[in-house]
Write a protein that binds this ligand. Structure first.
Ligand code: BDP
Length: 701
């Protein structure tokens, strides 16, 4: 070993031992020195060199660089990159056509003493390089490696809701990481680190700007800025897409109309699209929020969503791009049921969309609540590829102060059975295209990323970004396996701590549901800000922005009757789903109040009355946050001190606010149930008036 390598090893070891403060910037790509010396030696024996062909594309060069950088950290040695393999004991990056691997799949295996990372394309090889690094980073054995994988979903996107002025709609981790004012000249090194993180988990597309879009992004000035970012993303296999304002032809194009059937408007979009492709030759396409929450759209001209989407598809012409048209629409209708509105507008359009159009549907019918039944459009539009949209930023799940690991929420939706083509037609299989044999498929996560040093505000928010990307690649992975993987790569490898944290993460979403919206309650949070409890909210700009619209508490009971005697939203689902959810005795308790108005005194299939079950869940939810605190305290010796203290502090907020939610909801619903708490529960020490004041303080009203 040379003097330089010795010195490097010494420095790395000292850092590792002193437990230098971890500010979270490195995410899961930490590549700390492998602590187990014999394990490290094994890896070193297999990492004497890295080979990439002379003619390597920029993406393949990225793969080589990433391997080199990762191994420098893990093994404490600089591994040389060669253009030809030097005997055995190296890592060979190769591209070789292989129909089994598809466009982006990879295989990592041992061949003639070398570890060979093969992709059918350079992108596949890049994903393979990251898979190998992950393998070693999580301490897997070096022998008999055989990692083969290809993505189940083709378009795997992050959607940023970032504005040109640097704010992030529903963002809780600081301001936007995109510095529009400085672009295209200044390229913040953070952009590249962002691209690395995404590529490492298989994300291959990014929308930088908010769905409530500014037309500015379509101006020549901004196209240069977006193009500069696209240049950073490209070597990481990431394509750039754009949210567009429907009214752009009027707002920036000088036209009198934005009617999709107007020839001038069509020409404008075609010319604009060509201009975009000139600046960004691998541009991915458009994301559109139209006729939703006040945004303009084709309905302003008496046209429908298909008219709008197809016009954009036509503008894409021969370019290799897609249109993702959002189905998040609902009209103000006090007698209606918001649950049904997207379905009613979109389902009749099935079969009317052009081949390049995908309809983007949120996981549930209302809006990213802590628990929703799957959206009834899944399984109901067989002729249209549907993009599943999930929210990683915790708009309704405690922002960046509550620890809520979201993989279980995403999995719950993916694994729901739509019965569209018989049992087993899960949302996952609708989305990946296997149920209806679609050739294109997509998934989108609304990003939780901001300018905070640790990217996501709450350190565990990183696990949501991570697990989303991994699930987008392979939705069969389990929440638990992903929690464990992320923990090992990001927090600690100490086995007891890993299992404690994995358990804590996996249970956290259910705990959040219990202290906020148990038994299928939904949309009872603070007005506009969407934080904290406000079940008493009865007036807002629209009826479906209040809480009473959803919980329908009265002297008889609680919950929204969506059966045939109520709004009949249940009828939007397949008969098998209706059968199970339509009967309170067989409806899973988790969805009960989504579909039934249940008398306070009715005994549920859990054996308790509604009132007792509800209050017990609120109490056990809040108690469980204490359990989370205890679990976190136990892992302290295995975790970086600064990071541990940060999460512990956030858990203290979560504990206080879980009690806030519990007391607010129990006391408020008690004014209707008129029932005492079950004898095992200690009544809140404050009254409802006191709690209501708290809302004012928190919401800065
Ligand atoms: C809601 C958010 C709002 C978004 C909207 C959307 O409150 O800020 O613009 O969703 O998805 O959850 O379009």
């Amino acid at each position: 070993m040379s003097f330089r390598s010795l010195l490097l090893l010494f420095v790395l070891c000292t850092f590792a031992q002193r437990g230098l403060a971890d500010d979270g910037y490195r995410l899961w790509l930490k590549y700390d020195l492998v602590r187990d010396a014999s394990q490290r030696k094994e890896y070193q024996k297999q990492a004497k060199f890295i080979t990439i062909p002379n003619s390597a594309s920029p993406i393949l060069q990225t793969a080589g660089r990433e391997l080199q950088q990762g191994l420098l950290g893990l093994l404490g040695q600089q591994v040389p990159v060669l253009s030809e393999s030097k005997g055995k004991g190296g890592i060979v990056l190769a591209v070789a056509a292989n129909p089994e691997l598809g466009e982006e799949g990879y295989r990592v295996s041992t061949q003639s003493g070398n570890l060979v990372v093969t992709g059918a394309t350079d992108k596949g090889a890049l994903y393979g390089a990251f898979a190998l690094l992950r393998h070693w980073q999580t301490g897997q054995p070096v022998a008999n490696v055989n990692l083969t994988s290809k993505p189940r979903i083709e378009y795997r996107l992050l959607n940023h809701w970032d504005n040109p002025n640097g704010t992030v709609e529903r963002g809780y981790a600081g301001s936007s990481i995109w510095k529009w004012q400085e672009l295209p000249e200044v390229i913040d090194p953070r952009y590249r680190d962002y691209a690395r993180a995404n590529a490492s988990i298989g994300i291959n597309g990014v929308v930088f700007n908010n769905v409530n879009a500014s037309a500015r992004f379509l101006t020549a000035e901004y196209l240069q800025k977006v193009a500069a970012l696209a240049n950073v993303m490209r070597p990481y296999g990431i394509r750039v897409y754009m949210s567009v304002l429907w009214a752009a032809p009027k707002v920036i194009g000088g036209l009198q109309t934005s009617d999709p059937l107007d020839p001038q408007v069509r020409r404008w979009w075609t010319a604009k699209t060509d201009e975009i492709y000139k600046a960004i030759p691998d541009f991915g396409g458009f994301l559109v929020k139209a006729n939703s929450e006040g945004e303009p759209g084709p309905q302003d001209y008496g046209r429908n969503h298909a008219d709008g989407a197809n016009m954009l598809a036509e503008a894409l012409g021969q370019h290799d791009g897609i249109v993702m048209w959002r189905a998040f629409v609902y009209k103000a209708n006090s007698n209606g049921d918001r649950f049904k509105e997207a379905y009613q507008e979109f389902q009749p359009l099935d079969g009317k969309f052009a081949p390049k159009v995908l309809v983007q549907v949120k996981n549930g019918p209302i809006d990213f609540q802590a628990r929703e039944p799957f959206h009834p459009l899944f399984g109901a539009m067989p002729k249209t590829p549907l993009v599943l949209e999930v929210q990683l930023t915790q708009e309704y799940l405690g922002f960046a102060t509550h620890l809520v690991y979201l993989a279980p929420l995403i999995k719950e939706c993916l694994e729901s059975d739509t019965y569209a083509k018989g049992p087993g037609s899960t949302v996952a299989k609708v989305v990946d295209g296997t149920v209806d044999q679609h050739t294109i498929s997509g998934i989108a996560g609304v990003a939780n990323i901001g300018s905070d040093r640790n990217w996501t505000g709450h350190p565990v928010g990183q696990a949501n970004w991570y697990s989303y990307g991994r699930l987008a690649w392979d939705h069969t992975l389990t929440s638990q396996a992903l929690a464990e993987e992320w923990t090992k790569m990001t927090l600690t490898q100490e086995p007891k701590a890993v299992s404690t944290i994995t358990d804590l993460l996996t249970k956290s979403r259910d705990i959040y549901v219990r202290y906020t919206t148990p038994l299928g309650l939904h949309h009872i949070m603070g007005q506009s800000i969407h934080y904290g409890p406000e079940p008493w909210l009865e007036k807002s700009a629209r009826p479906d922005w209040t809480s009473i619209y959803y919980h329908k508490a009265d002297a008889v009971g609680l919950g929204f009757n969506r059966t045939a005697t109520g709004s009949n939203a249940l009828a939007l689902y397949a008969p098998q789903v209706q059968k199970q959810w339509g009967n309170p005795a067989t409806c899973p308790p988790d969805y009960l109040l989504w579909f039934h108005h249940v008398p306070w005194t009715q005994t549920l299939n859990t054996g308790k009355t509604l009132w007792n079950e509800l209050t017990t869940r609120y109490y056990s939810g809040a108690d469980s946050v204490q359990w989370m605190q205890q679990q976190w305290a136990q892992v302290q010796p295995a975790i970086d001190a600064e990071l541990h203290a940060d999460v512990a502090a956030r858990l203290r907020i979560q504990q206080r606010e879980a009690l806030w939610w519990r007391d607010a909801c129990v006391l408020y619903f008690q004014t209707y149930s008129k029932q005492p708490l079950p004898p095992t529960l200690t009544p809140p020490t404050r009254d409802l008036a006191e709690i209501k004041q708290l809302v004012d303080i928190y919401q800065l009203r």
